[in-house]
Ligand binder design. Structure first.
Ligand code: SAM
Ligand code: CO
Length: 284
């Protein structure tokens, strides 16, 4: 095998480099590991996507890769090698790492054989567009990474035109959120805004603004979702919607419940609302 740290990948025009790393204290590995912290993700504008499927989804959707870390033990895996070659051709580096390094980067045992470092990408509110029957989801101060990831995945599944994260919320690019999206983070337009920015944009939104509220008086099946675009507004896990957001809605809808549970989990409630709003648009 080559001894200069390079592999046998074909030469390209503006290639990245292939390096071997075996130590968790290697400076490049340290930089990548630091992306577990929100502050470092924000400073660098980078985040991690774990697993070959996610990496391929991201590349297919045109997201910019900075570094691809692959398991040395997985050499010979065809898709992995093709993805590594693709990464190098895009001008990004490939690190061939041992299991110890991959475990340190992903912070778990039995790590995936590929982890991509990508440039994050957010959408501006002004770029979100919704026509008749379309839906955009807004989440007030979502705190749980699993909830946010699940909402992104579900929004993708119903063909939502965007997800807006309002106010002080969990970072959409945390490892846990990205994991929970199963790749949907790469295909659903995502905006992050303050409440004030949201309210200003909402004032110009042409469509029906449906808030969900435990004190809502409208059955969630009542609004005519097909007649115009819908902006669906979901509340924080603990506190529900702020007063200002609740006031900004055209209707406050509630999903009727039986049994003892006080409320539904945020991601479940969002799923129920999204499939109702998109009922007339989705076909087998
Ligand atoms: N204690 C909170 C409250 O009273 O608002 C419960 C919040 S709930 C866990 C999180 C969010 O999910 C709510 O703000 C609302 O948007 C939505 N939600 C949960 N159950 C709902 C229901 N039955 N009807 C409408 N929205 C619901
Ligand atoms: Co630091």
């Amino acid at each position: 095998p080559p001894t200069d740290g390079r592999t046998r990948l074909p030469p390209t025009n503006a290639p990245g480099r292939v390096k071997e790393v075996s130590s968790v204290s290697n400076p490049i590995v340290k930089d990548i590991r630091s992306l577990a912290q929100k502050r470092h993700r924000e400073e660098t504008g980078l985040f991690l996507a774990e697993g070959l499927k996610l990496v391929v989804d991201a590349l297919d959707a045109g997201w910019q890769i900075q570094t691809l870390v692959i398991a040395k033990s997985a050499s010979g895996h065809e898709l992995l090698e093709r993805t590594a070659a693709r990464t190098v051709a895009l001008g990004a580096d490939v690190l061939e790492a041992n299991n110890k390094v991959l475990e340190a980067i992903t912070r778990r045992d039995n790590p995936q054989s590929a982890v991509g470092v990508f440039k994050r990408r957010l959408t501006q509110l002004a770029q979100l567009e919704a026509g008749k029957g379309d839906v955009i989801v807004a989440l007030d101060r979502v705190r749980d990474p699993g909830n946010l990831g699940t909402v992104l995945r579900t929004a993708d599944a119903v063909g939502a035109k965007g997800v807006i994260v309002i106010g002080d919320s969990v970072d959409p690019f945390s490892l846990e959120t990205v994991r929970a999206t199963m790749g949907s983070i790469f295909s659903v337009p995502l905006a992050r805004v303050s409440e004030a920015e949201f309210l200003e944009w909402r004032a110009r939104f042409r469509g029906l603004v449906v808030g969900t509220h435990m004190e809502g008086t409208v059955d969630y099946r009542t609004p005519k979702y097909d007649a115009q675009p819908t902006l669906l507004v979901m509340g924080n896990e603990q506190a529900g919607l702020t007063e200002a957001l609740a006031k900004a809605c055209d209707v406050l809808a509630r999903i009727p419940q039986a049994g003892r549970a006080d409320s539904l989990n945020l991601a479940i409630a969002t799923g129920v609302m999204l499939f109702e709003a998109r009922r007339g648009s989705l076909r087998l």
